[in-house]
Design a protein around this ligand. Structure first.
Ligand SMILES: Nc1nc2c(c(=O)[nH]1)N[C@H]1C(S)=C(S)[C@@H](COP(=O)(O)OP(=O)(O)OC[C@H]3O[C@@H](n4cnc5c(=O)[nH]c(N)nc54)[C@H](O)[C@@H]3O)O[C@H]1N2
Ligand SMILES: Nc1nc2c(c(=O)[nH]1)N[C@H]1C(S)=C(S)[C@@H](COP(=O)(O)OP(=O)(O)OC[C@H]3O[C@@H](n4cnc5c(=O)[nH]c(N)nc54)[C@H](O)[C@@H]3O)O[C@H]1N2
Ligand SMILES: [Mo]
Length: 692
């Protein structure tokens, strides 16, 4: 056994440091867009954040997330640098220069909010409410920053709705189709598994507290399997690594199903009682021999037969899926086909079994009372124009004839100039002189630079909120532990300020966190961290699928007429350019956040064979291009990639790139096969040395 911490992810920080004498320490939680939802202890001096660390381990303290286990990642350890970064926006700003030049003058809150409200009103008067697009995300904020009061203003005005399709929409819909509302397996039960399958997930980077659990399961005798085009740190420690071609997971999962059937490894009793659409699913799966799938996936057929045997014979088995496999045109079918595997093998009903994808679960949350108080109706209002977030470039640039123009864009808690696909088009749209653009932000991001009005946002150290984790079953108070930086305001405060100016009753829009939380939780904010007892929430033992269309149907649905493809379907993804570009998460940032002081590695990683055949050397500057854009970046030759696949880190800032564009300029705005999800791992490119 190694030192504690040896199994932590690549970004696992050092153990907790005791605060220096004389300084105040305070407890809060991390609401960043990461599965772990860590319990934090911060050190504060005179209202200023000094340092951020894990809450100490205390098994008797129910307010501590047990997953945190006394350590946090390096990037959040440095979070104070963002709070006081030179890029921090401290006062409202109004544009004085050309669009995108980031020339602003300071303004008062009253002036800025009056200006925004006047533009909202005039846009609605001239073009109708559907010409106003609120791009709201704040996935790295608490539940009050990303939901509750925040979307209601736009609903009250009847504006367009920008649908959250950029992340997890595809996988989430695949889960819902298969399991309805059933909660995922508890991550802490992973140690009980005899087989751990990590599929399209890179926990060493994106879910730092999972690798120690995987290592513990392995110590107790589990076999660990990784399915990922890259040989990640986790893949290197695994017993079996299937380095599939991106976008071919359906073929692999179907071949695994067929192989399990051929070897008599299906759990026929479990299937008869607890699943539907099984025969349709198996009929499609039988098309996939190990050899055919091996050819499509680019892996040895023996690996498929071996994994089928493991899934059928090792009990219990736990499947942890990430989001790497959803981000292509086959993504919905991929997630459905993988979720079918533990069903076919009957891997449910005991700790250490089942499937873990998103674990967000807030049984205490109900928006209806707040909606009733604010809008006068508990139910959602009439249908509004829906804009797919992944198509924001087309919509803003006016290149899709099916989309009516947008004249006002209100961005809150997102950085689409850096994170959305088809980036050059996004920039073209943001650069329109006839677009009024408001950005509510913590720091001067690539998107804020394009704004007409920038509004300063609080960080989660400056306002009370509630963090609901999505990689474990925990909800925790987020506490205002420091003084506000400059004149920053919360999302709800900005919404309330606009609502008042637009003629709504200030009393019902009061953004006080205690009031709003009291309404959405019916006064029942959980005192303890856990929202679901791991010992009493085992899928298919204690909790069951609940399908919205038929709550009495407690079965897992493999084939279902409710899906666009009744059974999971693989489609060949035509290679327009020879290399597939994927953009996995980086240990330095959460999406683009924290990149102002810790920028991601902007190079393109290339397998040695692909580098050699193109005459490209490590460290050299190359052109990377496709039909959308061309970038000049350096090359990192990386034997951990599979040939034919190149990788660039997600989370890069345009300001750090010579061309002003990042990998997202090469990412098409095609949509996945389910829920209109993003296709970040479905880009095709070519690379070549710079001429001359
Ligand atoms: N440090 C850090 N942590 C993060 C984030 C971050 O930016 N930085 N982002 C957070 C967010 S918003 C999210 S959604 C999660 C994402 O969490 P993950 O899903 O773990 O993250 P990714 O790196 O996008 O993808 C995981 C793996 O999928 C692989 N992959 C790519 N394409 C395919 C494919 O077609 N099939 C298969 N089987 N694998 C494929 C990639 O090589 C990668 O190793 O992480 C969260 N945590
Ligand atoms: N190429 C590529 N691109 C990707 C991905 C990929 O895999 N590949 N992954 C995608 C994924 S998984 C995701 S989730 C998206 C994320 O896409 P975005 O949400 O656009 O990106 P973030 O960097 O998370 O930007 C969030 C911004 O919100 C601000 N913010 C944080 N808290 C608050 C708050 O309380 N109020 C306000 N007003 N602002 C706040 C932060 O300062 C930050 O600038 O990116 C996607 N982009
Ligand atoms: Mo995400």
């Amino acid at each position: 056994m190694g030192r504690p911490g040896d199994d932590r992810g690549a970004d696992g920080g050092d153990p907790v440091v005791t605060p220096a004498p004389g300084l105040r320490s305070a407890r809060t939680a991390c609401p960043l867009d990461c599965p772990d939802g860590c319990s934090l202890q911060v050190v504060v001096d005179d209202g200023r954040l000094i340092s951020v660390d894990a809450a100490p381990v205390d098994p008797t303290d129910e307010t501590v997330n047990p997953l945190t286990a006394g350590f946090i990642c390096k990037k959040v350890k440095g979070h104070a640098k963002r709070v006081y970064a030179p890029e921090r926006i401290t006062t409202p700003l109004v544009r004085t220069g050309p669009k995108g030049a980031a020339d602003f003058r300071e303004a008062s809150w009253d002036e800025a909010l009056d200006l925004v409200a006047a533009n909202v009103r005039s846009t609605i008067d001239q073009h109708g409410p559907a010409a106003v697009a609120p791009y709201l995300y704040t996935s790295s904020g608490g539940a009050l920053a990303s939901g509750a009061l925040v979307p209601l203003l736009w609903e009250a005005l009847g504006t367009a709705e920008v649908a959250d399709t950029i992340c997890a929409a595809t996988a989430g819909e695949a889960w819902d189709l298969t399991f309805g509302d059933m909660p995922a397996a508890h991550p802490l039960s992973l140690v009980d598994a005899r087989l751990v399958v990590l599929w399209g997930v890179n926990p060493a980077v994106s879910n730092t507290h999972l690798p120690p659990l995987v290592a513990e399961a392995k110590r107790r005798g589990a076999t660990v399997v990784v399915v990922d085009p890259r040989r990640t740190a986790t893949a290197k420690r695994a017993d079996l690594h299937l380095a599939v071609r991106p976008g071919t997971d359906v073929a692999l999962a179907m071949a695994l199903a067929a192989s399990m059937e051929a070897e008599g490894l299906l759990a026929t009793d479990f299937l008869a009682d607890h699943a539907s659409g099984v025969e349709e699913h198996l009929a499609a799966a039988r098309e996939w021999t190990p050899e055919r799938a091996a050819d499509v996936c680019g892996i040895p057929a023996e690996q498929i037969v071996e994994l089928a045997g493991l899934i059928g014979r090792s009990r219990p088995a736990l499947f942890r899926l990430g989001w790497g496999l959803e981000r292509n045109r086959n993504g919905g079918s991929a997630v459905r086909a993988v979720l079918a595997l533990p069903v076919l093998a009957g891997q449910f009903g005991e700790p250490g079994s089942g499937a873990l994808l998103s674990a967000s679960h807030a049984p205490f949350w109900d928006s209806a009372p707040l909606r009733a108080e604010v809008l006068g109706r508990a139910e959602p209002g009439p249908p509004r124009r829906v804009i797919n977030m992944n198509r924001i470039g087309q919509v803003l640039a006016g290149t899709d004839p099916a989309e009516a123009p947008v004249h006002l864009l209100f961005v809150q808690g997102a950085n689409p100039a850096a994170t959305a696909p088809n980036q050059a088009l996004v920039h073209r749209g943001l650069g329109r002189d006839d677009l009024f653009c408001v950005v509510h932000e913590q720091v001067m991001t690539d998107t804020a630079r394009f704004a007409d009005v920038v509004l300063p946002a609080t960080t989660h150290f400056e306002a009370d909120d509630l963090a609901i984790a999505y990689g474990t079953f925990v909800a925790q108070p987020v506490t205002a532990v420091i003084d506000r930086v400059g004149g920053s305001r919360t999302n709800a405060e900005v919404v309330a300020g606009l609502a008042t100016r637009l003629g709504f009753d200030p009393a019902v829009w009061d953004p006080d966190p205690a009031r709003v939380l009291g309404l959405v939780t019916r006064g029942g904010v959980p005192a303890a961290a856990s929202t679901l007892d791991p010992g009493a929430a085992v899928p298919f033992r204690d909790v069951w699928p609940v399908h919205a269309d038929d709550p009495d149907d407690r079965r897992a649905r493999l084939g279902t007429a409710a899906a666009p493809d009744p059974v999971a379907t693989h489609r060949e993804l035509a290679p327009t350019f020879p290399l597939t570009l994927i953009t996995p998460a980086s240990p330095r940032t959460i999406n683009t956040m924290l990149g102002e002081w810790n920028p991601v590695d902007g190079s393109v990683r290339v397998h040695p064979d692909d580098a050699a055949s193109r005459g490209v050397l490590d460290g050299q500057t190359v052109r990377v291009w496709n039909d959308l854009a061309e970038l000049e970046v350096t090359v990192t030759v990386d034997p951990d990639l599979r040939p034919g696949v190149v990788a660039m880190a997600k989370g890069a800032w345009c300001r750090d790139s010579a061309s002003g564009l990042t990998a997202n300029a090469l990412v098409p705005d095609t949509l996945s096969d389910l829920a209109g999800g993003a296709c970040f791992n479905d880009a095709r490119v070519e690379i070549a040395p710079l001429a001359g």
